[in-house]
Design a binder for this molecule. Structure first.
Ligand code: 2P0
Length: 362
């Protein structure tokens, strides 16, 4: 598909006022997206687990504007409080998607949003937030163009979400999503995420992700800046090739239930992501001392028990613990006994693989 296919035909209907509400999850990348070209085209394919508990709930109500023009009119509320400081991000999202959803010039929107996870937890809300908003816009578009297929609905929702935030393209569906073209993944595209199409062993269908909140403060370097620093990065081309190869490797790991292969691949991806940060110019470090403490404890635990607990990292200091359901009792005891001490205020979030965005009653 090309971008042009997402430009709608004239609408069949008009709507004066209406509301939509969606709940959309966060996701955790197994193979990381780090580096992009304009506009929001990833330098390499990425694969993620969709999460279940960490979600953004967003409602969008709309009313027809008296003057129809290209100006965007909206109010945004976060947890029932008006948040004008969120406006620039939404405005630039609306500008990017305008050509694909031209009706946004015809309406005033009220956006109400809240997260199921604490705002200052170091968990990025851009994936869940932008995907929830994209789903609301697609619900509206489906009313304007009722002939739309479900397949197109999901693709375009992911396409719009990607223009808001790259990783948001992977938050529309579950349980595993691929974003970025890869020869071995039929239907994969740089423009939107798709459900992982190959066989997945049962063991990976109920994976847990316990997120250890190491530092809840604001990061010193944003992801957007981190992506930019992959331009002219001395190891960029090698990294993009490696991610491409890792996608091929993951296909057989997922099919065979190869837990050892999974651990090596996922931890290598996490550390490579941070190695890219350490070796960019300017260089930066997002891990904290407790991030490394936790990693070392995980390695010791694995050596002692032979269990299949591994970690991955996002662009921050929090540690995502990934483990299979059948080992969750022992891992949970280990978390409470040995790892909670390294979390800020002892806080962590128990999450697991999920199934994607869900429509809510308005
Ligand atoms: C990922 N991250 O694959 C990688 C790994 C963080 C670490 O995608 O600029 O917020 O909005 O496209 O999606 C974070 O970057 O960046 C991210 P933008 P995004 O999940």
């Amino acid at each position: 598909m090309t971008e042009k296919e997402f430009i709608p035909h004239p609408y069949l209907k008009t709507i004066q006022s209406k509301g939509y509400s969606w709940s959309s999850p966060s996701n955790i990348a197994l193979i990381k997206y780090w580096g992009k070209r304009p506009v929001q085209i990833p330098e390499n394919p990425s694969i993620s687990f969709t999460l279940d508990a960490c979600k953004t709930n967003t409602s969008l109500t709309l009313s027809e504007k008296t003057a129809k023009n290209d100006l965007h009119s909206f109010d945004i509320f976060f947890e029932n409080e008006q948040k004008d400081n969120f406006k620039p991000k939404i405005e630039s999202f609306f500008k990017r998607i305008h050509e694909y959803v031209p009706y946004i010039g015809d309406y005033h929107f009220t956006i109400n949003t809240s997260n199921t996870f604490p705002h200052s937890s170091g968990i990025a809300s851009s994936a869940s937030g932008m995907s929830a908003l994209a789903m609301c816009l697609m619900s509206f578009e489906r009313e304007l163009n009722p002939d739309m297929t479900d397949e197109f609905f999901m693709k375009k929702a992911s396409f719009l979400a990607r223009l808001g935030s790259g990783s948001a393209s992977r938050s529309i569906e579950g349980e595993l999503v691929v974003w970025g073209e890869h020869q071995a993944i039929p239907g994969s595209s740089d423009l939107f995420g798709i459900k992982y199409p190959h066989e997945v062993h049962e063991v990976f269908k109920s994976y847990h992700d316990t997120i250890l909140l190491v530092d809840k403060g604001e990061k010193q370097v944003s992801s957007t800046m981190g992506h930019q620093l992959m331009h002219n990065h001395p190891f960029a081309d090698k990294r993009f090739d490696q991610a491409y190869t890792h996608v091929s490797d993951l296909i057989s790991i997922l099919k065979n239930g190869d837990l050892q292969g999974f651990i090596e691949l996922v931890e290598s991806e996490a550390l490579t992501l941070h190695a890219m940060m350490l070796t960019s110019r300017p260089y930066f470090v997002l891990m904290k001392p407790n991030t490394l403490e936790i990693i070392n404890r995980i390695w010791e635990f694995r050596k002692e028990t032979g269990l299949h607990l591994c970690f991955t990292l996002d662009a921050g200091s929090n540690v995502h613990l990934l483990y299979p359901e059948h080992q969750s009792t022992q891992v949970y005891e280990f978390i409470k006994r040995d790892l909670v001490a390294f979390c800020q205020n002892g806080h962590y979030i128990c999450d697991r693989i999920g199934f994607g965005a869900k429509q809510l009653p308005i």
